[in-house]
Design a protein around this ligand. Structure first.
Ligand SMILES: Nc1ncnc2c1ncn2[C@@H]1O[C@H](COP(=O)(O)OP(=O)(O)O)[C@@H](O)[C@H]1O
Ligand SMILES: [Mg+2]
Length: 268
């Protein structure tokens, strides 16, 4: 047997490759990212790398900056210091950088954000027709394909208000998928749902994760996190306080803040 090569990226060691190391592709990279709302320092030196296909779960108390991190990644908010790169392209105010984000990053919000006056099908075809130039027929084919994926193919002609919360959130996920993003960001996707509808949304997210989608998920659903996360992040007061693989994160949290937070949410 020849020599065994190993190489380490962050905390992960990769096994040997016959032709030398093949670096995993970095999908998202935040380097020393800082953001202020006026003089309120909301994000403090955020460093985070997400490789293609990785699932990262972010948790932490309300107001700790979780939404602001994901909103900076898809440019709904602007950071003031540090660098954010998506598939190697730095986020700037350059229109090319902005259109590249809009193409590559999908977002699922707590409040679904569907257009109430449009049918489910029209909610799904709008983006691909306007932003991707698809014909109506192609956009509808694609929409029906993804409605099938989230298991509500028969709801295409309804308005969002005629659906349950769980169904609406699955429409919102299908809408993101219709744009065929490289990365999906979820900001507390189940927090607005009645308890009995949470699992039907998490099940769809687990499937996406299993199929290799790169995901950042802000959630306090720790069962989901244990199942899919490659990396757990705990944020508090604008900082990443802990960053670890799930076994270590849940089994041996290093800080008192994280321990306290986990004991509070795991009680519920
Ligand atoms: N647009 C804004 N203007 C001023 N302060 C904001 C704005 N958005 C969020 N904040 C504040 O920034 C902090 C972090 O917010 P957020 O990222 O929403 O936290 P989380 O998602 O962890 O609950 C909170 O104190 C919040 O009040
Ligand atoms: Mg939030």
């Amino acid at each position: 047997m020849g020599p065994v090569f190993k190489y380490t990226v962050g905390e992960i060691t990769y096994p040997d490759q016959k032709c030398g190391p093949v670096m995993p592709e970095t999908a998202i990279e935040l380097v020393d990212v800082n953001k202020w709302f006026d003089d309120f320092h909301v994000l403090k030196d955020i460093n985070l790398t997400v490789n293609t296909g990785e699932k990262v779960v972010i948790c932490g108390p309300s107001g700790s900056g979780k939404s602001t991190v994901v909103r900076c990644i898809n440019r709904l908010e602007e950071h003031q210091k540090g660098v954010i790169r998506l598939n190697g392209v730095e986020l700037t105010n350059d229109p090319r950088s902005i259109s590249s984000i809009q193409g590559d990053v999908g977002m699922v919000f707590q409040q679904f954000n569907l257009f109430p006056h449009l049918t489910v099908l029209d909610n799904l075809t709008l983006g691909p027709m306007k932003a991707r130039g698809l014909s109506r027929t192609d956009a509808e084919d694609r929409a029906r394909h993804y409605l099938e994926r989230v298991r509500i193919p028969d709801q295409a002609d309804k308005k969002p208000s005629q659906l349950s919360g769980g169904q609406q959130q699955r429409v919102a996920i299908a809408r993101s998928l219709c744009m065929e993003p490289k990365v999906l960001l979820f900001d507390e996707p189940t927090s607005a749902l009645d308890p009995e509808m949470i699992s039907e949304v998490l099940d769809v997210m687990v499937e996406l994760a299993t199929e290799g989608m790169t995901m950042i998920v802000v959630t306090h659903e720790m069962g989901f996190a244990r199942k899919v996360a490659d990396k757990m992040i705990f944020m508090d007061e604008g900082e990443i306080v802990e960053q670890a693989a799930p076994e270590e994160f849940f089994g041996n949290p290093r800080t008192e803040r994280c321990r306290k937070f986990l004991s509070q949410i795991l009680q519920h």
